[in-house]
Design a protein around this ligand. Structure first.
Ligand SMILES: [Fe+2]
Length: 470
């Protein structure tokens, strides 16, 4: 070994020893930034991850009304360890409604970046939501999040495909994904870490709280929870464990993810889980369904949500006092047909019976102002959810942050064959911005001119106004 190498090795050993002893050493201990999520009117989840070689350590957090932490509100300590991949997460309680808070984590004199978050109001005149989904790291840069941060929404609503379990699309690779295919706890964690290195995503999460649900790629393409539970339970558990470690979502019992948020009398948001309790898809979604397949999609009782979640959703939609009712769904609910047959049975088109239960209940109970917010399709869409010829809800679909459009490429054909779809854009990635008030909703579909480099320009593709219905 040369002298310089020996000196470097001794230096590394010395730093590492101090590190183990808990002494202060230089370096970025919070390289994945900070995040907050699931705000209510009096609580919010805060998140980070610390780099450490200790088996277990206590990390402090502080929350204040100002970014210089002079008006301190809360202080606490969270224990983390190798067991939970050094992720940090706590539910800060006892906060005031509609208030901006600043927070940071610290260990042994090392501070995380300062995060900013906001609790939900008890009463609201208006609320702004950025709708996001589908962020394949290899397929593109997350420039959309830079524009989302500039729009300063009250929160980001992410409707799934936060990570993709497989690396890159061969033809549209924007950046390498060294993790490869995630199959176990270590590789799902590595995937979450990789995705969180994107500076635009980090900055948006540092400034704006997140509400998230998963779709399929947080685990495996097009999986159905009830089937995967039997043939690869370990993989499902590994993916769910990593998701709950890395996302600032509130933890409930037994991996339960569906939940709701009430924003005064203006809006109640129902976040659904379309994967965990799903029955297996019929046929292969990429192939055209047979006549036999089509009979099965309408089989009574066939479910994407599972009976318990479906009953919760139907009951909640009926009983809410809020003016607007938003249903966040990983998959598109509108019928999408090509040559008279459903295009993708992995979407709600594969669960015809259950979709009918939901739409009929909205119709029969005269529930007004229902909006479904969906992802998965990788195209922008705006259209009507119809039952017995009557529109009972509106659907807004987002194309996603970076994942390319696959099956639906011909926009003109899609509109011609599906007249309930009022608008679609299959050419751009981006997000949807919603400004909600008691008068109506302004919906802006924002696309990016490219996701192949991080300096993309934002384009307003289309704007809609949904008037309130009385
Ligand atoms: Fe996706």
């Amino acid at each position: 070994m040369s002298l310089s190498l020996r000196v470097a090795a001794i230096g590394l050993f010395f730093s590492f020893s101090l590190y183990l002893l808990g002494e202060k050493v230089e370096g970025n201990f919070f390289p994945y930034g900070v995040a907050s999520g699931d705000p209510t009117s009096n609580s919010v989840i805060i998140w980070s991850r610390i780099e450490s070689a200790l088996p277990s350590l206590n990390v402090n957090y502080e929350m204040a009304l100002d970014p210089s932490f002079k008006q301190m509100i809360k202080k606490g300590t969270v224990n983390t360890s190798l067991e939970r991949d050094y992720t940090l997460k706590t539910d800060v309680q006892g906060l005031e409604p509609a208030t901006i808070y600043y927070y940071r984590w610290s260990w042994n004199g090392h501070y995380s970046p300062t995060g900013r978050t906001k609790t939900l109001p008890l009463q609201a005149k208006s609320i702004r939501i950025a709708l996001a989904s589908c962020q394949h790291y290899g397929a593109g840069f997350y420039t959309a999040y830079r524009y989302i941060a500039q729009d300063n929404p009250d929160f980001i609503l992410h409707v799934g495909d936060w990570i993709y379990e497989f690396p890159v699309y061969a033809t549209t690779c924007a950046r390498p994904d060294p993790v490869g295919i995630a199959v176990d706890l270590n590789s799902y964690r590595a995937k979450h870490r990789l995705y969180r290195t994107d500076p635009d995503l980090q900055e948006a999460l540092r400034n704006i709280p997140l509400m998230a649900i998963w779709d399929d790629h947080e685990v495996q393409n097009d999986y159905a929870g009830t089937a995967l539970y039997f043939y690869n339970r370990e993989r499902m558990r590994a993916a769910y464990t990593a998701y709950f470690e890395y996302l600032p979502v509130r933890e409930q019992k037994e991996w339960k993810l569906y939940r709701s948020f009430k924003i005064g009398n203006l809006l109640e948001l129902f976040l659904t889980d379309g994967r965990q309790y799903r029955e297996e898809d019929i046929g292969h979604p990429a192939t055209h369904p047979s006549l036999e397949d089509l009979l099965q999609v309408s089989a009574p009782g066939r479910s994407m949500l599972g009976a318990e979640q479906r009953n919760w959703l139907l009951h909640s939609l009926k009983s809410t006092q809020s003016l607007w009712k938003f249903v966040a769904s990983g998959d598109m609910m509108m019928e999408i047909k090509r040559d008279g047959k459903p295009l993708n049975l992995d979407q709600w088109d594969g669960f015809e019976w259950e979709r009918k239960q939901i739409l009929s209940s909205i119709q029969q109970n005269k529930i007004k102002n229902v909006v479904v917010l969906s992802g998965d399709s990788h195209i922008f869409s705006f259209g009507k959810l119809i039952i017995d010829g009557e529109q009972v809800a509106t659907e807004i679909g987002t194309a996603g942050i970076s994942s390319p459009a696959g099956k639906i490429a011909d926009k003109e054909e899609l509109l011609k064959q599906n007249p309930h779809v009022i608008f679609t854009d299959t050419d751009h990635r981006g997000y949807v911005l919603l400004d909600i008030s008691s008068e109506g909703i302004d919906v802006c579909f924002y696309g990016l001119n490219t996701v192949l480099n991080p300096e993309a320009q934002r384009i307003l593709l289309k704007k809609f106004h949904i008037p309130v219905s009385s």
